[in-house]
Design a protein around this ligand. Structure first.
Ligand SMILES: N[C@@H](CCC(=O)N[C@@H](CS)C(=O)NCC(=O)O)C(=O)O
Length: 349
């Protein structure tokens, strides 16, 4: 099993000063333990995520070389990854499964990046026969030097990646592809555009990426700043959800699903592995009910794979968990009653 200090092929490990692990006060800089992703670590031990590199758009109006043809595009995802998970959820909610295929990678990633192999809940690549996701990146841009991330929206016709930003892919699935059913939800309603963009940005920064900023920090100060921000925002969201079923009222929008993708992983991996341990989601009554409510939305549970989630995080970040032992808990039951229907205009349902 891969246990090297650096998770990236040919990348030098940048050694940053790190504070003594005795608290967040006065620091005596000592040599850092290696960062999980050295090239995305600031001098202050903060994790600074790479930008998404492929940002072309599928457009229904013909303004790009990518029309929304059924069967033309394919999604490469990991069920462990919160960003990829959101694209899979939107694909489900918009009933695009038959128009857009999807292949799940092995949750355990090594220095070669995500791999396609047969196993429980993952498979070989039926579209291109790639062994590794890096092959899709290399085929699209031989000069690409970043991390080979999921999700990837692949175009079978031009044989290249159209887009690897989950935000873009979710918007395309919502609005550019003809939804596969009449009553699919609009996840980006025009009337909410501004407040939704603001809340989504907050949740991205402080929660979705906040847990990574805590987990991938290599100084005490950077960790504490990240972790405190996560809980300050969860506290705000707990209050917001006291009298609304979903973040914007009775109808779920994409922002709910971006929050869901972090909440559903929180008690299993972010609480322990990323040290976001002030509280668990089960300790927040409203967030816990809300998480169950979203989880119990038809067919969403099929997209949640705790085996992939736990094995990915605990095995794939050797800088954080060198033994690569995967914990047996926690015991979670997201199928219990959520008690949130009383908050809808229609009352119980
Ligand atoms: N596109 C996302 C990031 C996607 C991402 O980081 N995916 C992770 C998995 S959760 C990945 O594929 N990592 C591959 C690697 O680190 O080598 C964003 O910028 O917010």
């Amino acid at each position: 099993m891969f246990r090297a200090a650096c998770n990236l092929v040919g990348r030098p490990t940048r050694v940053a000063p790190v504070a003594c692990r005795t608290g967040g006060g006065a620091h005596t800089p000592v040599m850092a333990t290696g960062a999980q992703f050295p090239e995305e670590n600031s001098g202050e031990g903060e994790f600074e995520r790479q930008e998404d590199a492929f940002r072309d758009w599928v457009r229904a109006d013909g303004s790009t070389p990518y029309p929304p043809a059924a069967g033309r595009y394919h999604l490469y995802v990991s069920l462990a990854c919160p960003w990829a998970h959101r694209t899979l959820i939107v694909r489900h909610l918009k009933r695009l499964e038959s128009a857009i295929g999807a292949t799940v990678v092995d949750p355990v990633r090594d220095e070669r990046g995500w791999a396609f192999r047969d196993g429980p809940g993952h498979s070989r690549d039926p579209v291109n026969g790639f062994s590794f996701l890096s092959e899709a990146y290399r085929a699209s841009d031989p000069r690409f030097r970043g991390r080979w991330t999921v999700p990837v929206l692949w175009d079978k016709q031009t044989q290249r990646i159209v887009n690897n930003s989950e935000d873009d892919v979710c918007r395309m699935f919502n609005s550019e592809f003809p939804a596969g059913g009449r009553d699919t939800p609009d996840l980006f309603p025009a009337a909410l555009a501004q407040p939704q963009a603001e809340l989504s940005a907050l949740i991205y920064e402080q929660v979705n990426n906040g847990v990574y900023r805590a987990g991938f920090a290599t100084t005490q100060a950077a960790y504490e700043a990240g972790a405190r921000q996560v809980f300050a925002t969860l506290d705000l969201l707990e209050a917001r959800l006291a009298d609304r079923r979903f973040l914007f009222g009775d109808h779920m929008v994409e922002t709910d699903w971006r929050l869901f993708c972090t909440l559903v992983r929180f008690d299993s991996v972010y609480h322990g592995h990323f040290k976001c341990n002030v509280r668990r989601i089960v300790d927040y009554p409203n967030l816990q009910g809300y998480l169950r409510d979203l989880y119990q939305t038809p067919r969403i549970a099929d997209t949640v794979n705790f085996d992939h989630i736990k094995r990915h995080y605990y095995i794939t970040h050797p800088e954080i968990n060198p033994t690569q032992i995967v914990p047996v808990g926690p015991a979670l039951d997201l199928s219990l009653p959520h008690g949130r229907a009383r908050l809808s205009a229609g009352g119980e349902s």
